[in-house]
Design a protein around this ligand. Structure first.
Ligand code: ACO
Length: 359
C-alpha cells in the first residue's frame, strides 16, 4: 500500500509583533501574569487576508518539495477563520497558485484542523484517489478577537503554514493516528457573533463574544491529548523512548508540559515555540514543524508524535515517520507585503470598530 510522505513544508508569519507590554497598554494585564500562566511572550497580528498568508506558505512548501502548483491533485485548507463564508479558502488558494482544476476542500475542527486535514489527505493518497496533496493550517484570529477580554485576547495570534504530501512506497508520513471529539463539552469554547447562530442570539451582527472556560479546556485538553498519545503508541507497539520529537499544538506551555509528563517524555524531546507566537490554532503544529526542521531538531527517518486539541472539543495524536530529506529542494521568494500599521495599531483599530458595532 502507498504511504503519504511529507516532502515539502513552508510557513508564513505576519510581520507585526504584539508584545505582552503592548497588551498591557490597554488591558488590565501584565507580562508576568501572561508568561507565568501561559508561557506566551508575543504573538503576530496580520495586516493582510488569511489567503495572503496561506499563499506564501503554500508557495514555500511547493518549492521545498520541488513541485509546481499544477502537480497538485488536492488542497486541504484547515482553518476556523476563513476570509469568506463562501466560496471556501481552498478554492481561492487553488486559483492564486494556478493549481486548477485539482480538488479543493476546507476543514474546520478548530486548532486540530491541520492534523485532521493531514489525516484526510493521507487517506486519499493511501487509497489511490490522489498522489500529491497540499495541506494548509492557517488562521487570522485577530479580527474575531474580543480585544477587551483579557481572558482570551492574550492567548492567540495569526499565522500560516503548509506541507506537501506525496505518494511513496517508503514507510513515511502519518503511520497511525487517533482522532476524537468531546462534543458534549463544545460549549466551553465558543465564539458568538460569527455564523448564522448570532441571528437567534440578539447579539450585534459581526461583533464577537468569546465563551471560554479556561480551566475546563485545560483539563479536557490534557485528558484528550494524553489518551490519544497512549492510543497511537500502544497500537503502534512502540515505547515513548522511541519518539524522537514531540511537535504538539502550541496553546499554552503548561498544557504542553502536562501532556509530556503524562506521556513520560522529557521536555528536551518536545518542540516549543508558543512563547513567540501564542496559539495560532490550526497553524501551530505546521509552523512548529517548519521551525523544528529549521532548527535541525528533525533528523532523517525521525519518529514524531503530534498531539493537538481544539474547539469542539476535538483532540488527536499523529505518529509520523519523517523521510530522508530535511532540507528544501528549492526556496520561494514569495513574501507578504510590508504592513502599513504596527500590530498594536491594528488591534486598536479593531477595538474602535467594535465600539462602533462592526468587526
Ligand atoms: N491578565 C491578568 N489577569 C487575568 C488575565 C490576564 N490576561 N486573565 C485572567 N486573569 C485573572 C482572572 O480574572 C482571575 O482573576 P480573579 O481570581 O480575580 O477572578 C485570575 O486571573 C485567575 O484566572 P484563572 O482563569 O483561574 O487563571 P488560570 O490559572 O486558570 O489561567 C488560562 C487561565 C491561562 C486561560 C488557563 O486556564 C489555561 O491555560 N487554560 C487552557 C486554555 C487554553 O490555553 N486554551 C487555548 C486556546 S483553546 C484551544 O487551543 C483550542
Amino acid at each position: 500500500m502507498a504511504y503519504a510522505g511529507i516532502t515539502g513544508w513552508g510557513k508564513c508569519l505576519p510581520h507585526g509583533v504584539l508584545t505582552n507590554a503592548d497588551l498591557a497598554s490597554f488591558l488590565d494585564t501584565s507580562d508576568d501574569w501572561i508568561v507565568s500562566r501561559t508561557g506566551i511572550g508575543s504573538r503576530r497580528i496580520a495586516d493582510c487576508l488569511l489567503a495572503d498568508m496561506a499563499e506564501v506558505a503554500a508557495a514555500r512548501a511547493l518549492a521545498c518539495a520541488g513541485l509546481e502548483a499544477a502537480d497538485l491533485d488536492l488542497i486541504v485548507f484547515g482553518t476556523t477563520t476563513h476570509d469568506d463564508q463562501c466560496p471556501n479558502m481552498a478554492s481561492g488558494l487553488q486559483a492564486r497558485l494556478g493549481a486548477g482544476p485539482c480538488a479543493a476542500l476546507d476543514l474546520n475542527t478548530a486548532c486540530t484542523s491541520f492534523l485532521y486535514g493531514l489525516s484526510a489527505a493521507t487517506a486519499l493518497i493511501r487509497t489511490g484517489v490522489v498522489r500529491n496533496a497540499l495541506v494548509v493550517g492557517a488562521e487570522r484570529i485577530s479580527p474575531y478577537m474580543d480585544w477587551d477580554d483579557r481572558n482570551v485576547s492574550v492567548l492567540f495570534g495569526d499565522g500560516a503554514a503548509a506541507v506537501i504530501l506525496q505518494a511513496t512506497e517508503q514507510e513515511e508520513g502519518v503511520l497511525l493516528e487517533k482522532l476524537g471529539c468531546y462534543g458534549d463539552a463544545r460549549e466551553i469554547l465558543r465564539i458568538h457573533g460569527i455564523g448564522g447562530a448570532y441571528v437567534h442570539s440578539g447579539r450585534l451582527a459581526g461583533v464577537t463574544e468569546w465563551q471560554f472556560e479556561g480551566q475546563e479546556i485545560f483539563k479536557k485538553a490534557v485528558t484528550g491529548m494524553g489518551l490519544a498519545c497512549e492510543d497511537v503508541l500502544s497500537r503502534a507497539g512502540i515505547q515513548t523512548q522511541d519518539i524522537d520529537l514531540v511537535v504538539p499544538h502550541q496553546a499554552n506551555l503548561r498544557i504542553i508540559e502536562a501532556v509530556a509528563k503524562r506521556a513520560g517524555i522529557e521536555m528536551d524531546r518536545v518542540f516549543v515555540n508558543v512563547h513567540r507566537y501564542g496559539n495560532m490554532s490550526a497553524a501551530t503544529v505546521p509552523v512548529a514543524l517548519c521551525e523544528a526542521l529549521e532548527a535541525g531538531r528533525i533528523k532523517p527517518h525521525a519518529t514524531l508524535l503530534m498531539p493537538a486539541f481544539g474547539g469542539g472539543l476535538t483532540f488527536c495524536a499523529h505518529l509520523v515517520r519523517w523521510g530522508s530529506r530535511t532540507t528544501p529542494i528549492e526556496t520561494s521568494d514569495k513574501e507578504l507585503a510590508s504592513p502599513e500599521r504596527s500590530a498594536l495599531d491594528i488591534v486598536l483599530d479593531y477595538r474602535r470598530a467594535r465600539e462602533r458595532g462592526v468587526s
